[in-house]
Structures are given as C-alpha cells and as structure tokens.
Design a protein around this ligand. Structure first.
Ligand code: APR
Length: 422
C-alpha cells in the first residue's frame, strides 16, 4: 500500500507532497504498541519494567478487553515467562494444573498423561480474560500509558527511523477524531485484522491455509464432564471438551461450513455432543445453558518476514494458528518476550542484534507450532461431505494415527512435547 493510500484509509487530507494533514499529534513514545491482548500487554509490562518509554493503543474499551473469553491453556514456558517478570500472581492463585487428554473414537478411548511424559511439562488452565485483566492491572499500577478506544488505522513511515501511527479515537458522540502517535518502533500486537498487517507492503509473504473445517465454539455454564481435555473423533465430525473453571466448560462441535451460529438449538447441541463423545458408553455430559457461541473456520497463516523497518508483528498479527492445539496465546507471550529483550538491548544498550534476529527466531517457533497444529487437525477431523473413497482413506489414516498414539511410547513423547512446547 502506498503512503497516500494509507493516509486516505486514515481519512486524512493528503497534500501534494504526499504528507498528511488534518490529524493532530497525540504523543510520542519510544515504542508504540498496538493492541492490549496477551501479546501487547506482556510486551508493555516487560518494557515498562526495564524503563523503556512505551504506550499501548487499544481499539476496545476496558470492559470489553477484560471480559473477552478466549483461550485458557497456558504452557509451562508461558508460566515461566510470567513468573520471571512478576506477572503470575493471579494465575498462581487461580490457575489449575492440567496434564491429561482423553481421545475417544469408534475403537474405544484412551488417556494420555502428557504432563508427566514429555519434557515440556503440563498446562495451567487460567481463562485468558483473567490473565489479560492481571496484565492490564499490573501495567496500569506500574504507571504504564494505555489509551482505550483508540483504534490504529495505519502505520506510516515504517521504513524510516520515525514511524507514526494514525489513530481514530471516539469522541463520545460516535464521530471520532484523527490523531497520530510517533515512535521509534511500532509493535503490531493488534491481531489478524489489525492496522499492522494492513500497513505492510505487498512484498510481505502470507502463507495461508484454509483447513476446510468449521467449528461451533461454545461456552457452557456447566461443570466439566471429564477431568481431561476430551477429543472425540467421529464420522459425523469432531467434538471437543475443555474445562475452564469448575462452573464453565468450553465445547467444540465440527459443523458444516456456512451455517449461522444460531442454527443449532441448545437441545440439538447437547445431543450431538453426547453422541460424538459417546456419552452412552463413557458417561453423560453435564449440561447447562450455552452462554456464548461462535462459528470458527479453521485457518492458519504466517507472515514472513515479521519485521518491516521499524514495525514488528507479534502474536496473531504475526501468525494465526488454528485453535486445535491451543497454542495461539502461548506463542504470543513467547514472541512478546523475545521482542521485549531485543528492544531493551537496542534502546537501552545500543545493540540492534536482537531486533535483526527477531523475525527468524520467532518464525522457527511459529512453524513448529503450525506443524503440530496441522497434525492435530488431520487427526481430529473427518473431511466434510459424503463418505467417498478419499474420505474413507483419510478416516482410516486417522484411526491408524490414534492407534499409534495409544500404543507407541515414542509417539506419546513426541505428542507431549509438541502439545505443550512452544
Ligand atoms: N487498533 C488498536 N487495537 C486493535 C486494533 C486496532 N486497529 N485491532 C485490534 N486491536 C486490539 C483488539 O481489540 C485486541 O484487544 O488488539 C488486541 C489483539 O489481541 P488478541 O486478539 O488477543 O491477539 P494477541 O495479543 O496476539 O493474542 C494472541 O491469544 O486467545 C489467543 O487465540 C488468541 O491466538 C490468539 C492469542
């Protein structure tokens, strides 16, 4: 995208020499962070603790950020990062260790105690909105600058040494106002539809895969039905069970693509979950009201490189992982730590080496996580549509994979390392 196109996107007047007018300067910071999700808030906290001047710009309001229910399985490495930086108080109190998954299929069921098999350890279950609330509170209490209801529209001059971020802020009457934040660096932690991605030039490569599979993601006000993550492989489609708290459980149901989220009645959802999870054989599901539902088309992508001049991509902005292996938030935290160290080295010690290596280092982790998630997708899902030769071949392979996982210690160790490792 050209400079003038980006400025137009921002709703500016563009002058003859390509500069922008009609926007006011709101402020400066050495690092301007876009987005207050796990990536942006870990980065903000780490920079603040090292005395680096930064600001976080967030499109939503505080209540929205603190109540958005998303992932909840924190890898041991994520907990280590949070603990090392004094950000783990809440999760130490409220997090629940989790180390077992249970696979169910037409061939029976088996449990895998991945936490004690692999070198990567167990998960800690801690709802993401609580983690985000902790990170936000810690950052603000430490004096961090954060602007809510401030949407980044475009990043300008990313190739120069003085990039700026054009923002739109709400004025309370739905009108909005254009402003601009200037920085030395910009960290794009604003997700897959954010301004950081939109501001990249055409040359940046986006590796993309649509897995052709759709999930109905559900949050039920119901206690967990089993003391493990449940993965049910069924010819009618995948069903998943993930505990959140003692009163709330997340379920997933593979559905036909294109159907609206409200096409399924609660009764039908519970009946289908029970059928695919083989509740008649392994115990009933504990039912309760469905309080949230969303349709998710399983997609993955990776942007390459993750740096454009002064602009760095972090978390979902860098790479989208399908939710099958619950790795998105863990990678986001890891990348934020890598970028924080590199920015401190550069801004406080004049050493740019870490920034130069940021993209390559993160891409190594991202592709490993992508590979594992892709394997999980192949394992868990039946291709949609009628059972033709290809579908039957796929299903037979998946059965064989499950059987190998059930019987081979080597495979179990590989699974345990890939499942929790980042
Ligand atoms: N300007 C400012 N803020 C923005 C903009 C924008 N243009 N666009 C999005 N945001 C904000 C969102 O409102 C959100 O708070 O950026 C934040 C992005 O947060 P996440 O989507 O949680 O992304 P990230 O921090 O990368 O976390 C990654 O957490 O739950 C998992 O699956 C999730 O993989 C994801 C992971």
């Amino acid at each position: 995208m050209s400079e003038s196109q980006r400025a137009q996107l921002a709703g500016d007047a563009v002058t003859g020499d390509g500069t922008t007018s009609g926007i006011t300067d709101d402020g400066t910071a050495d690092v301007v962070i876009l987005g207050a999700g796990p990536a942006g808030l870990v980065l903000g906290n780490l920079l603040l603790a090292s005395g680096i001047d930064c600001v976080v710009l967030e499109r939503a309001d505080r209540a929205h950020v603190q109540t958005r229910a998303r992932a909840g399985y924190l890898a041991a490495n994520t907990v280590r990062i949070l603990e090392e930086h004094g950000l783990a108080e809440g999760l130490r109190r409220g997090g629940v260790p989790h180390a077992v998954c249970e696979f169910r299929s037409g061939d029976g069921r088996f449990r895998l105690d991945y936490g004690s098999i692999g070198p990567a350890g167990a998960h800690t279950v801690y709802p993401q909105q609580e983690l985000v609330t902790d990170l936000l509170t810690h950052y603000l209490d430490a004096g961090g600058r954060l602007e809510f209801e401030t949407e980044a529209v475009a990043v300008l001059d990313a190739d120069g040494t003085r990039p700026s971020v054009v923002v739109r802020t709400a004025d309370g009457e739905g009108q909005g106002r254009n402003g601009r934040w200037r920085g030395r660096y910009v960290a794009g932690c604003d997700g897959r539809h954010g301004a950081a991605r939109r501001s990249l030039p055409a040359g940046v490569v986006r590796h993309h895969r649509d897995h052709g599979v759709t999930w109905l993601g559900l949050l039920a006000e119901a206690p967990p039905s089993l003391d493990a993550v449940g993965y049910a492989v069924h010819r009618r489609g995948f069903a998943g069970h993930m505990a959140r708290t003692s009163e709330v459980t997340r379920y997933y149901l593979q559905i036909e693509r294109g159907g609206p989220a409200d096409a399924w009645s609660e009764q039908r959802i519970w009946d289908e979950l029970a059928l695919r999870m083989r509740a008649a054989d392994y115990g009933p599901l504990r039912r309760g009201p469905i309080v949230q539902r969303a349709v998710v088309d399983l997609e993955s992508d990776v942007l390459e490189p993750l740096r454009r001049g002064s602009l760095f991509l972090v978390g979902d902005a860098a790479s989208l992982l399908s939710p099958s292996a619950a790795k998105g938030a863990n990678l986001a935290v890891l990348e934020a730590e890598i970028l924080a160290r590199a920015l401190v080295d550069d801004l406080a010690h004049g050493n740019p080496e870490g920034l130069d290596r940021y993209s390559a280092r993160c891409l190594e982790h991202i592709w490993r996580a992508q590979e594992f998630s892709h394997w999980m997708i192949q394992l868990l899902h039946s291709p949609p549509g009628p059972a033709d030769g290809e579908t039957l071949f796929h299903d037979a392979l998946a059965r064989s994979r499950l059987e190998t996982l059930r019987t081979s210690r080597t495979h179990q160790q590989w699974f345990a390392e890939g499942y929790v490792g980042v």
